[in-house]
Design a protein around this ligand. Sequence first.
Ligand code: FES
Length: 351
Amino acid sequence: MLKRWFSRRGHFHGTLEGREFPLTSGHTLLESALNAGVSLPYNCQVGSCKSCLCRVTNGKVRSLVDLSYLLSQEEIAAGHVLACQCLPESDLTLAAVSTSWTPARITQAVALSSTVWRVTLLAEQALPFQPGQYVQVGLEKDKDIRSFSVSWPSRGREIVLDITRREEGRLSPLLCDEQGAGRKVWLSDCRGQFGQKDDGNGPLLAIASGSGLGATLGLVRAALARHPHREVMLIHAVRRRQDKFDLQELQRLRQHYPGFHFLHALSREREVQERELAGRVTCWLDDWRALYPRRTAVAEWRVVICGNPALAQACRQRLLAGGVMSHLLEMDCFSPPVGAQNSHNNKEPVC
Ligand code: FES
């Protein structure tokens, strides 16, 4: 009965955990749910925080953003979507993805560069995670939530995040604050499967921009620990020389693992030194194999790209055009691709 009433009014019919509501064409799932008074967690409304993650168990949606930049293949295959970024194309049955929250306190915040900070948090209970996963962080359980990739191996309850401090943001200035030790935050369980496609076979190209180096190094360390003689090239894209960080760790890996090679792409420097490339990293990807000391067939390379979405997308296009196999390439982007259509583009992400 309700279904017929909805379709007469030009709506689709939605069900979320047993609650029925009209899905209006041209409105996101989140907008329709909220208009009907159906509660669904959300925060940024620009596809950045992943708070509105839900699962389509029946029906068809159209995403306004390329979900492959934001969710893992497994999440997409399981029907996960971001409610703030999806339009209904049929009647839908949705399932909420519940988040369990753990209180934590900031124990340390250290500036790694002019914009990137390393923030260490101590959770009240252990939060196991795999390198490449992310955690949601908020000052309250469902408020001002932001997703950050986990950077370093957890020691039980400790979680380390590399965060870009955005002066206009609501959360990052509070996290990236030397005086912030003791501040209470809430952490979600660890999610995502970035890097999990890597089966350890073949050489590995890892490209990170800005604060994406922390998560990328986590994957690289894990890969080298499993296969110490593996060929691995890491390129960290930053603007200027002073934006580099974790140089000691990069040198340590280079000394320890014979196949590990790293470079910095400096988009705003003209003069370069050893292990540096002048210009945007994309300029070097047409002939990127020349950057690695040994020659290996391009189709054998696994690729992980982490960081700025526009840069990641541009790198992906270059690499695929150059022969990298798409099923061997994974990306973890920190916010929606630039230019993605969004009905809330007047809102700032809550980073
Ligand atoms: S509310 Fe949808 S991703 Fe943040």
